[in-house]
Design a protein around this ligand. Structure first.
Ligand code: NAI
Ligand code: MG
Length: 351
């Protein structure tokens, strides 16, 4: 079986971490002998902009629709183009393909000391509602430029949207430690998050084996720093999930370690896999980006494509590499991206 992958390396270290991940995916494909991967790579981002005056072609959604999955590095180069222009294709992609479940695992790795310097291991997954909530494009500026200027921006939370992301999160909790924490702010936002509270209460009896808990976003940021090891699956709206996944990434070590999946659970469109980090202009071109987040995103993609054994091989090889002290500068070492990649490939070949 051949899985067809669209590569969207993007800008800055996006291209570097994708180049590091592809040989790892190819290596596990050949070791397991169970599947092949075929790639088509697109130069969307600044490279495309330099030649065509836009960061992606008009029909890029149609181009992507035929693939089994999309693998993205990172987009954005703020010194040359504003972020809302370079990131538009990514945001359109998530919405047009209804990739409503954004899954962002964060864990501590042996060999990597996180900023909290705790001994209990952290192993959480943030599930971010990725299709509605606070990020719908609805609002406006009124009386612009006057002293009476007003900005209005409304969020939209639908029962369908809330129910499907909560069901997804319950199901995910069942595959882990059976604990689901829902993040809201229903004490102050009396409509949207009250709907979340109500839907959670309705669904919970269907999942008696999953322990549910609720926290307001402000308390959640505190508790994640104070007792991070007690959390398992955390679910929140588009905005709260965005905030909390940077926090969980931060407390476990480096942003360079964290993978993510943007899933369409019904599989009517290709899902998108990408490291959580951005294009990192400060280190781009130096060959020192940590490819861990990208490689683990590759593992999530393989699992989604039905290749769970291959995904486990990638995860194990990356973990063993980190545990052996092979470390890029962001986690305190001197290893280059290429050396890290060779170390992972070496572990894979040893079996
Ligand atoms: P960033 O994630 O690119 O970098 C933040 C800090 O983390 C930098 O100091 C960087 O060197 C470090 N870092 C990030 N990934 C790393 C890795 N793999 N290895 C080692 N160090 C790493 O965030 P920043 O600087 O705020 O954004 C840069 C650009 O990336 C902007 O244009 C932003 O909009 C874009 N961006 C794109 C995302 C995407 O494509 N999904 C996500 C986040 C930001
Ligand atoms: Mg973010």
């Amino acid at each position: 079986k051949t899985h067809r992958i669209a590569l969207y390396p993007g800008d800055g270290i996006g291209t570097e971490v994708v180049a590091a991940t592809v040989p790892v995916l190819d290596a596990v494909a050949s070791i397991t002998g169970r599947f092949d991967l075929s790639y088509e790579s697109f130069d969307w981002g600044m490279a495309h902009y330099d030649r065509h005056g836009r960061v992606a072609p008009e029909d890029f959604l149609d181009v992507l629709r035929g693939f089994d999955a999309i693998f993205l590095g990172a987009v954005g180069w703020p010194a040359r183009l504003p972020d809302h222009i370079t990131l538009t294709p990514l945001i359109r992609l998530r919405q047009a393909f209804d990739l409503y479940a954004c899954v962002r695992p964060a864990r501590t790795f042996p060999g990597v000391v996180g900023p909290l310097r705790r001994s209990d291991p952290i192993d959480v997954v943030v599930v971010r509602e990725n299709s509605e909530g606070e990020y719908i494009d609805n609002g406006g500026l009124f009386a612009t430029g006057t002293a009476q200027e007003v900005a209005v921006q409304t969020a939209l939370h639908t029962r369908r949207g809330v129910e499907r992301i909560l069901r997804f999160s319950f199901a995910l909790a069942r595959t882990r430690r059976h604990t689901l924490t829902m993040i809201t702010k229903s004490n102050a936002q009396r409509y949207s998050y009250v709907l979340w509270d109500r839907v959670l209460a309705e669904l919970a009896p269907e999942f008696p084996d999953v322990r549910t808990d609720k926290l307001h976003i402000d308390a959640a940021t505190l508790e994640l720093v104070r007792r991070p090891h007690t959390f398992d699956v955390i679910v929140g709206s588009n905005l709260f999930g965005d905030i909390l996944s940077d926090l969980t990434g931060g407390i476990t070590g480096s942003l360079g370690l964290n993978p993510s999946a943007n899933l369409n659970p019904e599989r009517t469109t290709p899902s998108l896999f990408e490291p959580v980090h951005g294009s990192a202009p400060d280190i781009a071109g130096k060959g020192v980006a940590n490819p861990t987040g990208a490689m683990l995103s590759g593992a999530m993609m393989l699992e989604w494509l039905g290749e769970a054994d291959a995904a486990t091989l990638v995860r194990d090889a990356v973990e063993q590499t980190l545990a052996a002290g092979v470390a890029t500068p962001d986690i305190g070492g001197l290893t280059t991206t290429a050396q890290f990649t060779d170390a992972v490939l070496g572990r894979l070949r040893q079996g």
